[in-house]
Design a binder for this molecule. Structure first.
Ligand code: FCB
Length: 467
């Protein structure tokens, strides 16, 4: 029998005001895809396109969070979470993307927010976690400016309804994925394989962010940020080819987001990155001001480092080939353990990324870690409990690296683990599990894993040092 007390565990240390929570996203957990007037999203369509998502999975039911949210909020409360990062499904609120508002959709988030507050958990919504209303995609999606404007209008509607009880807002989640994975290589909805066509999406996502910051401010929002996924990129060798590929990859993964948002410019190396693409006609005068207006925090989603090697891309489709030249080839570092996503576990790269970002962008607002976690080969015991020692090790290692970055002076205010629940992992369907709570997809029963219990003890210890 173990007599170790919680405080005897080797927990990473954080300043007393540092907050902790867990994150999810609407399409990945809600289900209820056609209930209460919800419109169709690009992910509904993508999932129904044969061959796109593993096992033909969809988010139709997912974790059924739409009906089971009281149970999920109770899990957050028992965890000791300060905050819950969830996303609002745009097609529930404005089913056609513009125009008529669906009150029943707003009612759901209203109930969720009240349930969270009653449980002592701060609601922290993200307004766009990839579920674009299909009618907007039919009119051009993020390729066109109308979508950016529609995004701000929808945000205003949400803020008007729940803004009185919400302290922390996020506009976009990982616009890198929405633009490049969605429109260049087509591995995410809407599945467009248009190579450089994604550059218009990059721009309109950024403009949509800026217009939405304005809309939220006008509605009296207190704290507004965005959740990006800056990558820690490392050249495979110092050959001129690999170093040139690194510059292109930095432009695409990091600079084309951070430069307009926090340095008032389009990325420095864009000409050498996008090659002969010179038609940036979708950019308007004044856009950099809209995009770069001050925000209160920058969210960072971090999972793993990426090694960049210059390699000819193998896709036969010329449009996609162009995108991939932009992309360079990502290979994984040899050596470290990998999660079931194939991602190498290198906690020190988390510290390196944060220290580097703070040095590169003097105007960077405070950071919040908006996602971090790992997919593991979870096997439940006979009681349905998963003893996920690998996930615990992943979390401990990354929290330790984060604590080190904070000790070195990087201004980070909070951390959300991805994810509260096992859920729909996009093109991987239900095959990859990131939750600290197991979801049995036959019964939809939730069972906390060992990682949940570890995080719970860590939070209790952190809290005990606050008083
Ligand atoms: C991020 C997404 C999130 C989740 C994790 C594993 O790219 O923002 O929805 O799928 O990866």
């Amino acid at each position: 029998m173990s007599t170790r007390s919680a405080s005897a565990e080797d927990f990473p240390q954080f300043p007393p005001g540092f907050f902790f929570g867990a994150a999810t996203a609407s399409y990945q957990i809600e289900g209820a895809w056609d209930e209460d007037g919800r419109g169709v999203s690009i992910w509904d369509t993508y999932c129904r396109t044969p061959g796109k998502v593993a096992d033909g999975a969809t988010g139709d039911v997912a974790c059924d969070h739409y009906h089971r949210y009281p149970e999920d909020v109770a899990l957050l409360r028992d965890l000791g979470a300060d905050s819950y990062r969830f996303s609002v499904a745009w097609p529930r609120i404005v089913p056609e993307g513009t125009g008529a508002v669906n009150t029943k959709g707003l009612d759901f988030y209203d109930r969720l927010v009240d349930e969270l507050l009653a449980a002592g958990v701060e609601p922290a919504p993200t307004l766009y976690h990839w579920d674009l209303p299909q009618p907007l995609e039919d009119r051009g999606g993020w390729r066109v400016r109308e979508t950016a404007e529609a995004f701000a209008d929808y945000a205003a509607v949400v803020a008007e309804r729940i803004g009185d009880r919400v302290g922390r807002w996020m506009t976009l989640n990982e616009p890198f994925c929405a633009a490049f994975v969605g429109y260049a290589v087509g591995r995410h909805a809407p599945g467009a394989r248009e190579g450089e066509g994604a550059l218009a999406a990059v721009h309109h996502l950024l403009v949509g962010h800026g217009l939405t910051v304005q809309a939220l401010r006008a509605a009296g929002a207190r704290e507004v940020g965005v959740a990006l996924n800056p990558d820690r990129l490392v050249a495979a060798t110092d050959s001129p080819e690999d170093l040139a590929a690194l510059v292109r990859a930095e432009t695409m993964h990091n600079d084309c987001w951070f430069d307009p948002l926090f340095a008032g410019r389009y990325p420095l190396h864009e000409q050498e990155t996008w090659g002969e693409i010179t038609d940036f006609g979708f950019r308007r005068e004044g856009d950099l001001e809209i995009i770069g207006q001050p925000i209160d925090f920058c969210g960072v989603n971090f999972y793993r480092p990426i090694t960049i090697r210059a390699t000819p891309y193998r896709d036969e489709d010329p449009a996609v080939r162009t995108a991939a030249d932009i992309r360079a080839e990502e290979t994984w570092q040899e050596g470290p353990r990998r999660t079931t996503m194939g991602w190498p576990v290198v906690p020190s790269s988390f510290r390196d990324l944060l220290v580097d970002l703070a040095a590169r962008y003097p105007a960077l607002p405070p950071l919040v870690i908006t996602e971090n976690g790992s997919a593991e080969a979870d096997v439940p015991d006979e009681d349905g409990v998963v003893h996920d020692a690998d996930r615990v090790e992943y979390l401990r290692g990354h929290l330790q690296a984060l604590s080190q970055a904070v000790a070195e002076g990087v201004d980070v205010r909070g951390y959300y683990v991805w994810s509260l629940l096992d859920n729909f992992e996009w093109a991987f369907g239900y095959d990859r599990r990131f939750g600290i709570v197991r979801v049995d997809y036959d019964t939809l029963a939730r069972t906390p894993k060992d990682s949940y219990r570890w995080y719970q003890r860590f939070l209790a210890e952190h809290r005990s040092r606050r008083s």
